[in-house]
Design a protein around this ligand. Structure first.
Ligand code: PLP
Ligand code: ZN
Length: 403
């Protein structure tokens, strides 16, 4: 039996692992499951002590068959920094920030793309494309360049300028798109057959959620295998929530982690808050209008697996919180004074944490982890020059400067 395969969440039908992640015939989404007996032959708390400080220390739980296909720039094993002063000030048992901005491309998207590009390499892919709010685009650009693949990245026209330059710097075909992340996704959908693109958008393929799973594996290991009570995570497409939930589930099945699953808190910026609305309404719906929040990784009005995200928030007794742009700016100043520079998404987790602590939802005995998912510097103001801007696929195909 292969070490990993796909299983439908809804009907439990399993199928062979594959490059693209289509839905099951029943409409359910597939999850990568592992033959845990095989995994246990080599993975243990002790064997981990000898391994490199990258996310590939957990290779048994990542869907790459041949280690020579691993495309790694040194991602993962990021610091987990305890905020002692804030614990006292806000009376909470333990508070950490996971410093994901220290990944090779300045955000945790490095993890997902290290996995996704490795899988793509295993399947002989040469052209990869992604729609993104920025960090996924620059991560794909970097990993594709390292692997010798051609990258095509499509980002909304208000994407932070430095992130656009980062993509250009890695040699990716970089294009701005009028509209939001899903408008950018439509270009790939419309062009992928003709262009031969492998679509690495959120939950279009198995690698990104599996790569992000390593945040959960790593967190457990860094906390000596005792899971925290609460995880506060800035949520957009949601592959991080899905990935970490899988991580904890798999670690518990392996008998490596103990304690209840952490309560997942999804933080979103007011103005694009489909998960917050879903928690309130008790059911998920795409947010199809009035997207007014800033261009950050949280701005995803229609995450592809919203129902699944809602069910994870429920199952773990978690919740979702919307914070305003002003709360995010203040939170960033506050974290700065604690010695932590944060991206808007990371700052949003601080704002969400403070709100839930005030309301008593986070209790004095809780142990809480915040995720600073990206580097503050990537969001500094920077005007983009010489990058084409398009409306749709037809526009892109005929654009004189698209190369
Ligand atoms: C992509 C992104 C997010 C959202 O992550 P998901 O796992 O897709 O929900 C949050 N913060 C930053 C900085 C991002 O780039
Ligand atoms: Zn099914």
């Amino acid at each position: 039996m292969e070490r990993f395969h796909l299983v439908c969440r809804a009907c439990r039908k399993s199928r062979k692992f594959q490059l693209a992640l289509e839905r099951c015939s029943c409409g359910g989404s597939f999850v990568v499951e592992y033959d845990l007996e095989q995994v246990q032959n080599t993975l243990s708390k002790e064997s981990l002590l000898e391994r490199p400080s990258t996310m590939w220390r957990y290779w048994e739980l990542l869907p790459v068959r041949d280690s020579s296909n691993i495309v790694s720039l040194g991602e993962g094993w990021t610091p987990l920094v305890r905020l002692h002063r804030a614990e006292k000030a806000l009376s909470v048992a333990k508070l950490w920030v996971k410093r994901e901005e220290q990944n090779p491309t300045g955000s945790f998207k490095s993890r997902g793309f290290s996995a996704a590009v490795s899988i793509a390499k295993e399947y002989g892919v040469s052209k990869v494309a992604v729609n993104s709010n920025g960090n996924a685009a620059s991560a794909l650009a970097a990993y594709a360049a390292y692997a010798g693949m051609e990258a095509y990245v499509f980002v909304p026209q208000d994407c932070p300028g430095l992130i656009v330059e980062e993509c250009v710097g890695y040699g990716a075909h970089t294009v701005l798109v009028y509209g939001l992340i899903h408008d950018a996704g439509k270009i790939i959908q419309d062009g992928k057959a003709e262009q031969g693109w492998h679509h690495v958008g959120t939950l279009k393929e198995p690698g990104r959620a599996e790569g992000k799973k390593t945040m959960g594996l790593e967190l457990a290991e860094q906390l000596a295998w005792k899971l925290p009570d609460v995880i506060v995570y800035p949520t957009g497409g949601g592959s991080g929530v899905i990935g970490m939930w899988n991580a904890f589930r798999q670690l518990k099945e392996l008998g490596m982690a103990h304690g209840d699953l952490p309560r997942f808190v999804s933080v979103q910026e007011a103005g694009c808050q489909p998960l917050v609305d879903a928690v309130q309404a008790g059911r998920f719906a795409e947010q199809n209008s009035d997207v007014t929040s800033a261009p950050t990784g949280m701005r995803v009005p229609n995450p592809p697996d919203g129902d699944w995200l809602l069910s994870i928030l429920r199952e773990t007794n978690g919740t979702a919180v919307a914070v305003s742009g002003e709360e995010i700016r203040n939170a960033s100043i506050h974290l700065g004074k604690l010695g932590i520079s944060s991206s808007p998404e990371g700052a949003a987790t601080w704002a969400g944490f403070c709100r839930l602590r005030e309301q008593g939802w986070i209790r004095p005995h809780d142990e809480v982890v915040l995720f600073n998912t990206s580097h503050a510097m990537k969001y500094m103001h920077w005007p983009v020059k010489n990058v084409p801007i398009v409306k749709n696929y037809a526009d892109w195909v005929t654009h004189p400067r698209r190369m």
